[in-house]
Design a protein around this ligand. Structure first.
Ligand code: GLA
Length: 411
């Protein structure tokens, strides 16, 4: 990737921050930098844990780690955004689930609730998979707004993995993504799907990624010429997002368990057809049936959206995004008045082709397909109307679509 002036400034700032945090290198150990992008999902939300399809893009908002390798198995990390630092020995890491922490020996390191748990969790996950990794001293910098639902945590995991691997062991993006997901689920304790990590690992400049969350296969999908992806952040950061997310996962699992009594062999909602759902709907509690209906219809919408993107069929994209938003709002019940307002404001602007909430919901961001000329009008409308109508602070990010995680050339 060609370096811009901003990249060069960021390299200099991070190298200086590394010296400030740990002192100048005693020997000639060089500074290395790795980056991992955030992501926004164009369509197909809550499909990963139902083994369905999703269509994310890796975005230019990203996380960098500048680091110097160490000869031992210790990792020290500082952040440009927090005074909290982290330090651990790779061999001493243990997941929260392994032992009773009341009886931990003093030399066992466990999640502490700090941002550095994502770094430690990644080291733990790679070590559990018997992949050779090395210690480092590093400084983290991110442009991903924290808590916005653009996968700052997945980006930190992916960048940490690359720093720990230190250019040694090369892992294919799906394997790297699965190890990063394991860090988040089993070490940090957040029950996420695989989409965030896979998008950050396997992104391709200018392309959307059609993910099959069962096989982890990806296909690159070209976006229509002249269409800009714009993320609108509602500024809403609900505390209860993860418990609501876990409830939705449990409701989907319940749908599978109940339907499997009539459809032996059914193991995920990915395999449920609209006809079978109609046939057996009555055996499901109403809310569980609604969740299943979202999954069945959203899965079809992802494939239809990939086809419409490749055919530059903007009317079809507009219709599919609108149906997806309505399904997440009415059937999956994960939208919010702020998200609905952001979508409504966007769709009133000529040149905004399509808009919907994206990610887990309950606040966070919307994703918009916008004719490049219409981006200033969208920004102005959000500035004028959104804050006044919601009492929140909205933000608009036109985002370039970038390659997945990798090293930054420093010279
Ligand atoms: C969060 C999770 C993802 C995915 C989305 C919803 O971002 O981390 O795995 O389930 O929500 O599409």
């Amino acid at each position: 990737m060609a370096q811009t002036r901003l990249d060069r400034e960021r390299i200099e700032t991070l190298t200086a921050a590394l010296d400030t945090a740990y002192g100048p290198a005693a020997d000639s150990t060089r500074v290395e930098i790795v980056r991992a992008p955030g992501r926004v999902n164009l369509i197909g939300d809550h499909m990963d844990y139902n083994e369905g399809f999703m269509l994310p893009v890796a975005i230019e908002l990203d996380t960098w780690i500048a680091f110097r390798r160490r000869q031992d198995g210790r990792v020290r990390v500082a952040s440009r955004h927090s005074s909290e630092t982290g330090s651990f020995w790779i061999d001493a890491l243990d997941s929260a689930h392994d032992l009773d922490s009341a009886h931990d020996p003093a030399d066992v390191e466990r999640p502490s609730g700090s941002w550095s748990d994502y770094v430690a969790g990644t080291a733990w996950s790679l070590r559990e998979a018997a992949i050779p990794i090395r210690g480092f001293d590093g400084v983290v910098d991110t442009t991903i707004p924290i808590g916005s639902g653009l996968s700052a945590s997945a980006a930190l995991e992916l960048a940490s993995a690359l720093a720990l691997l230190g250019g040694g062991h090369i892992l294919a993006p799906p394997s790297l993504a699965a190890l990063a997901q394991r860090a988040e689920r089993d070490y940090v304790g957040v029950d996420c799907g695989i989409m965030d990590q896979l998008a950050s690992a396997a992104g391709r400049e200018g392309k959307a990624l059609l993910l099959d969350c069962r096989s982890l296969e990806t296909r690159h999908v070209t976006l229509p010429f002249g269409v800009q992806v714009v993320v609108c952040d509602t500024g809403e950061r609900p505390q209860l997002r993860s418990s609501a997310y876990n409830r939705r996962r449990a409701e989907c699992a319940r749908a599978v368990a109940l339907l499997a009594e009539r459809m032996p062999g059914l193991c995920s909602l990915r395999d449920l057809s609209a006809a079978s759902l109609r046939r057996y709907r009555a055996i499901l509690p109403e809310n569980v049936a609604s969740r299943a209906e979202h999954v069945v219809t959203e899965n079809e919408r992802v494939l239809a959206a990939a086809t419409a993107l490749e055919a530059s069929d903007l009317d079809e994209l507009s219709r599919i995004f609108a149906e997806s938003h309505a399904s997440l709002r009415d059937l999956y019940e994960v939208s919010s008045p702020a998200l609905d307002t952001m979508v409504e404001i966007a769709l009133a602007i000529p040149g905004v082709v399509a808009a919907r909430m994206t990610g887990s919901g309950f606040g966070g961001c919307t994703v918009n397909l916008v004719l490049a000329d219409a981006v200033p009008a969208l920004r102005a409308a959000v500035g004028r109307d959104y804050d006044r109508r919601t009492g929140l602070r909205g933000r608009v990010y036109p985002v370039a679509i970038v390659d997945g995680a990798g090293p930054i050339a420093t010279d």
